[in-house]
Design a protein around this ligand. Structure first.
Ligand code: HEM
Length: 211
């Protein structure tokens, strides 16, 4: 009995140590309204319904609740997401991605895009290995994306499990001189087999106006 207790305690210690070494999820609330660090230059529905017009976007990190004072005029509506574990990346791809990790908040990267995406039921009904095959073996999502690193910094927020209207909130930052490269990246990805499963996509192009 004593051995069982000691083993359980040791396992708990090891699991806690492993957990503390893994990156903690980053929670975020995207608040659309009349104030915020990003000016909304355009909102465009690529597939499905668009989002309501707003002039500014404020991103609050570390919370899924709106901080005090962010209601009414400042936040007409919100989207929520959390970073999560990698689902499709192989070990070799992980090593390659780690050589140029995305850096957010670069001073020269004054342009940003928020692209909320929802995939179809047909996508979510596929088995994991079939989704991976479409995502990378057939669509080359990572291989294409790596051609634009480090000019385009990115962060992927998961939103499906939060019951949000989108499955993913994808965030990108780049210098104004790289805006045309970002457009080329979008064109390349949207032409892939993976994008046939995207049923709602809205592109918001932004300019950072304050820190
Ligand atoms: C900047 C270059 C890019 C790189 C290096 C890149 C890389 C990746 C990687 C490694 C994943 C897999 C994460 C996982 O294993 O769970 C991923 C997922 C994803 N990326 Fe990209 N990406 C790039 C650009 C884009 C762009 C421009 C979009 C949107 C227009 C986008 C949308 C997504 C979405 C929606 C997922 C989630 C797919 C799913 O789980 O079904 N990515 N990306």
């Amino acid at each position: 009995m004593r051995c069982v207790v000691v083993c359980l305690v040791r396992t708990g210690v090891v699991l806690r140590a492993m957990r503390s070494r893994m990156a903690a999820p980053v929670l975020a609330v995207f608040a659309f309204g009349s104030e915020g660090s990003f000016r909304i230059d355009s909102i465009r529905a690529v597939s499905g319904a668009s989002l309501p017009a707003a002039s500014h976007l404020q991103v609050h990190h570390g919370t899924h609740a709106l901080p005090a004072g962010w209601s009414g005029v400042q936040a007409d509506y919100v989207l929520r997401g959390s970073t999560g574990h990698l689902r499709y990346v192989t070990d070799a791809e992980k090593q390659t991605l780690a050589k140029a990790p995305p850096v957010l908040g670069r001073p020269e990267a004054t342009r940003a895009s928020l692209i909320p995406i929802r995939k179809s039921d047909a996508w979510w009904e596929l088995a994991q290995d079939e989704r991976r095959a479409i995502f990378e073996e057939r669509s080359r999502h990572i291989a294409i994306g790596l051609e634009y690193v480090p000019a385009i910094s990115r962060r992927l927020y998961q939103a499906r499990e939060l019951g949000e209207p989108f499955d993913f909130l994808t965030w990108f930052e780049y210098a104004p001189s790289d805006a045309s490269r970002f457009a080329a990246l979008l064109q390349a990805l949207r032409a892939t087999e993976e994008w046939r499963y995207v049923e709602r996509e809205v592109q918001l192009d932004l300019t950072r106006v304050s820190r």
